[in-house]
Design a protein around this ligand. Structure first.
Ligand code: 13P
Ligand code: SF4
Length: 306
């Protein structure tokens, strides 16, 4: 048995012994995904987190995901195995800034992408994820929406719902937003038989020419269910790696070599092992008021998205 397999076996033993549930976002590495109880996109993980029965949760992903787990299960101990796993988008806008923006748009419903801090969620009306944003914005009983922070996801939702008025701000994922139309054209030229599947955090000029736009889980499901044999993957390159493993008879190409999220890659299998041994990681601590206020918009997301 190799070292990784031994470590995985030890993790499986420890999580049982210590009553731990491991959640892993789709961007996590294969060795982590293999020891997880639940994997998926941000929406699926939020719903899974709300149903976990174990006393302890290890969230392999980034900080806002671990905070979401804590908000949904305040009585549980929630750990982020590597405290450096942040999210460049979630750190872009804070509560002070959005409080001021809200004053300029008092009749708008504030829709927060889940990639926001717990503190910012406390002053928002409803959360969305990439897989639920269109459906939830459609169901909101107000035609005026202030959508924060991702202007690319916001523009994608706005295009699907022309009957609503959207105010977008200048935020987003620097990694997805770095992909250019030239790169997309070049990838299509190099792989003319491949379908282009992209995450809505990419710029509108990329989403416009894609064959499918969706969440990380959506992209994976589309590729697995499609009769097509080749795909260009327009999201973090881990998805290309997972898909190649799951569908060995199909071919996957990355849209851009820049699609690497350092925050998502910072967590290792050793971090998970150390966290289980209380020798690393960080327990997420949020005060009661933050949990109470942030929970309202996450509960609203689950109610409208369910
Ligand atoms: P998903 O909800 O599609 O998993 O996206 C999370 C994310 O951070 C994408 O960059
Ligand atoms: Fe955040 Fe972008 Fe990384 Fe997703 S890919 S976790 S949005 S920085």
């Amino acid at each position: 048995m190799n070292t990784i397999a031994k470590l995985q076996q030890e993790i499986l033993r420890l999580k049982k012994e210590k009553d731990v549930c491991i959640l892993a976002h789709s961007y996590q590495s294969r060795d982590i995904v293999e020891v997880a109880d639940f994997t998926g996109d941000s929406y699926k993980l939020s719903v899974d987190a709300s149903k976990v029965e174990n006393k302890n949760i290890i969230m392999c992903g980034v900080r806002f995901m671990a905070e979401t787990c804590k908000i949904l299960s305040p009585e549980k101990n929630v750990f982020l195995p590597n405290p450096h796993a942040g999210c460049a988008m979630a750190d872009q806008m804070d509560r002070n800034f959005i409080s001021k923006v809200k004053k300029a748009y008092p009749d708008h419903t504030v829709v927060a992408y889940i990639n926001t801090t717990a503190e910012l969620k406390t002053i928002c009306d409803v959360c969305v994820t990439s897989s639920s944003a269109v459906e939830i914005c459609k169901k909101i009983d107000n035609d005026k929406i202030l959508f924060i922070p991702d202007c690319n996801l916001g523009a994608f939702v706005k295009k699907q719902l022309p009957e609503k008025e959207f105010k977008l701000l200048n935020g987003g994922c620097p990694i997805h937003a770095s992909v250019t139309r030239e790169e997309a054209n070049e990838a299509k030229r190099l792989h003319p038989d491949a379908l282009l599947l992209v995450h809505p955090e990419c710029k509108p000029e990329i989403s416009e020419i894609a064959d499918y736009v969706g969440s990380t889980s959506g992209i994976m499901q589309f590729a697995q269910n499609s009769d097509n044999k080749e795909f260009i993957i327009g999201t973090e390159i881990s998805i290309q790696e997972h898909l190649q493993y799951i569908c060995p008879d199909k071919k996957f190409y990355y849209l851009s070599g820049k699609l690497i999220c350092p925050d998502m890659r910072t967590t290792t299998l050793v971090d998970v092992y150390n966290c289980l041994n209380s020798d690393g990681g960080e327990e997420i601590k949020l005060d009661d008021n933050t949990i109470r206020d942030a929970k309202k918009c996450i509960d609203e997301m689950i109610r409208l998205g369910g």
